[in-house]
Ligand binder design. Sequence first.
Ligand code: NCD
Length: 363
Amino acid sequence: MFKRKRLDEISWDEYSSLTQEEQAPFLVQNNGRPYHVLLAQQFDRESLDNLCDLATRIRRIAKSKAGMGFLSSLLDHKRAMLYFHQPSSRTFLSFYSACLILGIRVAELRDPSISSEQKGETMEDSVRVFSSYFDMIIMRNPVQGFVDKCAWMLSNTDRPLPIINAGPGKDQHPTQALLDIYTLQRSFEKCGGLEHKNVLFCGDLKRGRTVRSLSRLLTFYPDITQTFAAPDELQIGQDILDYLDAHGIQYTVTHDFKGAIPEADAVYMTRMQDEWDTKPGESARIRMEDYWFTGDDLKRLKPTGVIMHPLPRRHEIDTACDNDPRAVYWRQMRNGMWIRSALIATVFCRDSEINNYYMLNIK
Ligand code: NCD
């Protein structure tokens, strides 16, 4: 974990001009746990391992009524606000369920047309209003940097509280990357772990924020190679390739998705992110059929390979794949609830209690 710096000791202009790697130490508590969760880069191998272990323990504890009773007593004095300005099903519901597992009471605002934003209130002021009533805000907002601005702003008030970024703009989706890492780790636990694997990303890699966060987190695992298969218009950004170069990671950029499947340990599919089109019909003109995973492609995939997708899907994975044991996208979605529970428990420093309960009652 990074050495802590304080968000109330830096101006917004200074903070926002830092690189994300330079911003990361400002998001950590004195005890090394995350406070605001805004960036993939604020995690490291040790913190990822801790979160994955904690998620597994929570998952096992939650199997019994007594275990659920324990978990739901941990944070029953806390309240969380889910403030979502962009469509969401899985991220919203898995955060909602994660809060319920830990006993946190939840309120939600997903439709700005019924909030005071209709009366001209700024989103910044709305966030300050929530901070009066809640102990944590979980936010999804399409404006790049807005969630960061709110975290900085609240850290500079007399009611600071943690903000969790549930998908801002096109750049990052840090908690999706956590559940993707957890899914990869669980998928390969019986075949050598996540190390030395090849992850093949396919689809709209330019605008897919989940790929951009996961690609960064994978740099913490030794000898992972990354392959990016997409048409030129949707290929992964040069900033991510520069990041991989800086970390000495091997990667391949290709148009040949089908040719890359046999080498892949994990195939990570994504949908066309056409909500970010800048001209009408921009995405519709791009031919994507060669970048779809079909029932026939199951024959090309290694017996130990897995197919992942952050969901929602359109046509990019044939439903004929759904019942193949290597299609892990449904499990991946459920893993989100466990890893988000682990993350929230860690932010509120309840991880040691969960680990102790596990050692005494489950192990
Ligand atoms: C992703 C997102 O919102 O970026 N969905 C999700 O959080 N599971 C991927 C997508 O919408 O394509």
